[in-house]
Design a protein around this ligand. Structure first.
Ligand code: MLT
Length: 240
């Protein structure tokens, strides 16, 4: 069976795909999904994505043992335990912990997808793992795969589109049918992959992070296929 692969470019398309029951693969390379993946790989027990800061503070007041993580404008909100730098989530700080996570665009995209049966968390760090997990679910359930680049504040973002292409490249090792947007992301990734960090560094989001002092985060997030894990979002929490 040929599995259909779409890359959802708008919030409306994403919401429709989630409603339709597609396997949702959510990407926010800089930096939300890279941070979530690194926190889980370093032993965090679960991550609860929330949209608004006030929800995060409310959850924290109800569960003071949980830790607050995320950003607004790229920096750590007042009273938070962590910002949104993947490098902050070290084993000594996160092992066994539940993190309440809120970022500007990444957690919003996750929440947009949460009604779907399968929501997988992707970044450059885990492209092979996420592609094979998505394929397995799609074959079992005869579903379509929807790749969701979170973008930045509702706008297109280069690094998420390229990461979509990296996942599509893995998927094309199997029988898949690509939408035009999925094909475009593949073509872009193939063009950029030999100088990926360089290309992403030129992007608007990376430039902003460099200005804020987070150049090392961009380098970390541009490592391709270094982790063999695929977290998923179920019943409001992300776990391994
Ligand atoms: C977001 O979700 O908007 C990003 O992760 C922002 C950031 O790089 O901190």
């Amino acid at each position: 069976m040929n599995i259909k692969v779409n890359l959802e470019l708008t919030a409306k398309e994403t919401a429709e795909a989630a409603r339709q029951g597609n396997i949702m693969v959510v990407i926010d390379v800089l930096r939300c999904t890279s941070s979530i993946i690194n926190a889980l790989v370093n032993g965090a027990e679960r991550i609860i994505p929330v949209k608004a800061l006030r929800e995060a503070y409310k959850l924290k007041s109800e569960h003071p043992e949980n830790l607050l993580a995320g950003e607004r404008g790229g920096t750590k909100p007042e009273g938070f335990d962590f910002g949104n730098s993947p490098l902050e989530f070290t084993r000594d700080k996160v092992q066994g912990k539940t993190l309440i996570f809120t970022t500007t665009s990444g957690t919003a995209a996750l929440i947009r997808c949460r009604t779907a049966k399968s929501v997988l968390i992707a970044s450059f760090l885990n492209v092979s793992s996420v592609a094979s997990r998505a394929l397995k679910i799609a074959s079992r359930e005869e579903g379509e795969i929807s790749i969701v680049p979170s973008g930045r504040r509702g706008h297109f973002s280069l690094e998420d589109f390229l990461c979509g292409g990296a996942i599509v490249e893995k998927l094309t090792e199997h029988n898949v049918i690509l939408s035009d947007s999925a094909s475009a992301s593949l073509l872009s990734f193939q063009q950029a992959k030999n100088s990926l960090l360089n290309q992403i560094m030129k992007g608007e989001h990376a430039q902003n992070l460099v200005k804020l002092g987070f150049e090392e985060d961009v380098k970390f997030c541009c490592q391709v296929d270094v982790l063999d894990i695929t977290p998923s979002l179920k019943n409001g929490a992300i776990t391994l």
